[in-house]
Design a protein around this ligand. Structure first.
Ligand SMILES: Cc1cc2nc3c(=O)[nH]c(=O)nc-3n(C[C@H](O)[C@H](O)[C@H](O)COP(=O)(O)O)c2cc1C
Length: 201
């Protein structure tokens, strides 16, 4: 099957775009507003962009509380979601009013960041504390506005829970990070295997 964008065949009742580009990690974004309210929400338009310096991005579909807080403070935390926090992650995506604390609602412990004035979840196996580098409204080929805004942050501090470390590495088989697969599907990284890259003589 091939189809040109805008001409999706009827057999594909639902747009497969986000399923095609998957599994996507879930950046669980912790922020604080100028008024002191705290916020937590999952974003699967989320990716690492560079490792020197360490840059991550997430993308907000429309104007959401996380974007508003980041515009106000210039900082956020990126909590990584593992299989054991599936329901907490999902609960935190509720379209709650601005002042509402999704950490408490999801049964998570909000802890102030060490280097940035944004909260993180004590239960997350890893957390990146980030300062904003760029907030970029996205557009398409013809310059048409996307409804998405990309937020790029630079990692200035990293938290890792001690029990997630084994033999000098993050124990991914134990942590089993959640992946978003499109539609309402998820994966939880069951089988972890190692594969070395080929060499070239
Ligand atoms: C697994 C998952 C991934 C999500 N990814 C995104 C995303 O990439 N962009 C987005 O705008 N909303 C995404 N959402 C929806 C937001 O989490 C939801 O709109 C939330 O209420 C936004 O919270 P905020 O207004 O506090 O920022 C996702 C929800 C779930 C459950």
């Amino acid at each position: 099957m091939f189809y040109e964008e805008g001409n999706r065949p009827e057999i594909l009742a639902h747009d497969p775009f986000k399923a095609i580009v998957s599994p996507r990690p879930i950046g669980w974004i912790g922020t604080k507003g100028e008024d002191g309210s705290i916020n937590l929400a999952p974003y699967s338009f989320f990716a690492p962009l560079s490792d020197k310096p360490k840059l991550v991005m997430f993308s907000s579909t429309g104007r959401k509380d996380s974007l508003r807080n980041i515009e106000e403070t210039g900082v956020f935390t990126c909590n990584l979601a593992s299989h054991d926090l599936l329901h907490q992650m999902n609960a935190s995506s509720a379209p709650a009013p601005y002042e509402f604390d999704e950490f408490g609602f999801a049964g998570l412990t909000a802890v102030p960041g060490k280097l940035v004035d944004a909260p993180y979840a004590a239960e997350a196996y890893a957390v990146l504390e980030c300062r904003v580098v760029e907030i970029k409204p996205l557009k398409g080929l013809g310059g048409e506005a996307s409804q998405n805004t990309m937020i790029i942050g630079q990692v200035v501090g990293t938290h890792i829970r001690d029990e997630a470390i084994r033999d000098g590495r993050l124990d991914m088989a134990k942590v089993r990070p959640l992946g978003r697969l499109g539609y309402f599907d998820y994966s939880e990284s069951g089988d972890v295997f190692e594969l070395m890259r080929p060499t070239w003589k």
